[in-house]
Write a protein that binds this ligand. Structure first.
Ligand SMILES: Nc1ncnc2c1ncn2[C@@H]1O[C@H](COP(=O)(O)OP(=O)(O)OP(=O)(O)O)[C@@H](O)[C@H]1O
Ligand SMILES: [Mg+2]
Length: 407
């Protein structure tokens, strides 16, 4: 409770400060910033994490139940999973037995840029990490009103951990506001759970329209799949509904359906995934089957997947760590051809410029580097040479040495 009060106080202070500032910030339309075609997103050498968001503006249709159990089954199968709760109700954490009310570091602080995502990640079980939320997150949309890049906050925060996980599962609130939008920007796959007992085809049509609009705006493909939940096959209504869904969206329906299963409800109340609660119920079998279906799609999805870093870089929205200007210089005759190649330019030689310094022929180039270690060499008249001014070296793949700079 104390944490909560402190956070609400902080939220109010922040809100006031931002409201004051918001006049200065001009709201950027996403449309205005788009390049004219989809960029080449897959980063060279980058590892691709599957990024799946559970979305439906309708409440109570099984988003959280699916997020929890899918994440849990994937982790149980050895996949490294990060579950992000973007819903201020905080149900994803509760459903997995986490103490949401006492979480000091939540997705809210991460989205606001107050802490790196690493600080908010909690390990819930082997292979399953989570960033949880609580009620304070409901202020996010107002706090961010007018702020630039507000739809990219989740994606930007995830870049530093995307190589640590095989799957990102995002649980969304029952609305298509800024929080859901942040999830959709980070996602490549969307699962729309459709509650078969309350289904309205009109509602689904509206949701698909919304997602198409968002997809166009975020300018990356979203693979959209519909999951029928809370299905009672004994009723004609549910059977005809499944037929309608499959006929209307033949490419977008999972083969798996999630039957009505009270054990799922009870497991959530106990703070457990169904696999920890009851292995002899329909809910267990259905979510296991859904997980298998998703795993079966893995090769295809990974082949066309992209890294968040390359996506943000293509959009010009990558938050760079502080770059430093490094001056590289080497002595060589004026008539020589002098170039430099290294990890920082993917070993594609770049030319240096010539000057005379204190009567000595000097070739130089300034390169902006982010913190890290970089191997490099000069190429003088076609001969590779290590930097004579740098004692730090590292072996290269050909039995020689490269110079090494560490920042
Ligand atoms: N297949 C099912 N059979 C029976 N109960 C279910 C099933 N799936 C989910 N429930 C229960 O229905 C309720 C709503 O499910 P859930 O919280 O997953 O929906 P949600 O879409 O995340 O809701 P919200 O939009 O409020 O976040 C929960 O009590 C959950 O335990
Ligand atoms: Mg939910």
């Amino acid at each position: 409770m104390r944490f909560l009060l402190r956070k609400v106080g902080a939220l109010l202070r922040e809100l006031m400060a931002r409201l004051k500032k918001s006049d200065d910030l001009h709201a950027e339309s996403i449309e205005e910033r788009r390049p004219s075609s989809f960029p080449a997103l897959r980063q060279k050498g980058g590892k691709t994490m599957r990024k799946i968001a559970l979305v439906n503006q309708k409440g109570g249709c099984g988003k959280t139940t699916t997020a929890i159990n899918l994440a849990h089954f994937l982790a149980g199968g050895g996949k490294r999973v990060l579950l992000i709760d973007l819903d201020p109700q905080g149900h994803a954490g509760l459903g997995l037995g986490a103490e949401v009310d006492h979480a000091e570091k939540t997705i809210y602080e991460v989205l606001l840029g107050e802490i790196p995502i690493n600080e908010a990640i909690q390990s819930l079980k082997e292979n399953l990490d989570a960033v949880l939320s609580d009620v304070v997150l409901s202020g996010f949309e107002q706090v961010m009103a007018g702020a630039s890049e507000r739809e990219y906050k989740l994606t930007q925060s995830l870049v530093e951990v995307e190589n640590n996980y095989d799957y990102l599962i995002i649980d969304s609130p029952p609305s298509v506001g800024l929080l859901t939008f942040n999830g959709l920007v980070a996602a490549e796959e969307v699962i729309i759970p459709v509650d078969a007992s309350f289904f309205s085809i009109h509602g689904l049509g509206k949701l698909l329209d919304t997602i198409r609009i968002i997809e166009e705006r975020v300018r990356h493909q979203l693979n959209i799949k519909i999951l029928a939940t809370n299905v009672d096959l004994r009723t004609n209504f549910c059977r005809s509904l499944l037929e309608t869904l499959n006929a209307r969206f033949p490419e977008n329906c999972f083969n798996t359906i999630i039957n009505t299963c009270t054990r799922l409800r009870e497991a959530a109340r106990e703070g457990k995934a169904i696999a920890e609660f009851d292995k002899n119920c329909a809910g267990y079998r259905d979510y296991r089957s859904l997980t298998r279906e998703i795993l079966d799609e893995e090769p295809e999805m990974l082949a066309r997947g992209f890294t968040l870093e390359s996506y943000l870089a293509a959009e010009g929205r990558l938050k760079l760590e502080e770059e430093r200007e490094i001056l590289f210089k080497v002595e060589a005759p004026e008539e020589a051809v002098v170039q430099i190649a290294g990890d920082f330019n993917e070993w594609v030689p770049q030319s240096l410029e010539f000057t005379e310094s204190q009567g000595r022929p000097l070739w130089h180039k300034t390169i902006s580097l982010r913190p890290g270690s970089y191997a490099y060499k000069y190429l003088v008249d076609g001969c590779w040479i290590a930097d004579p001014n740098n004692e730090s070296t590292v072996e290269d793949a050909y039995g020689g040495v490269n110079s090494l700079i560490s920042l």
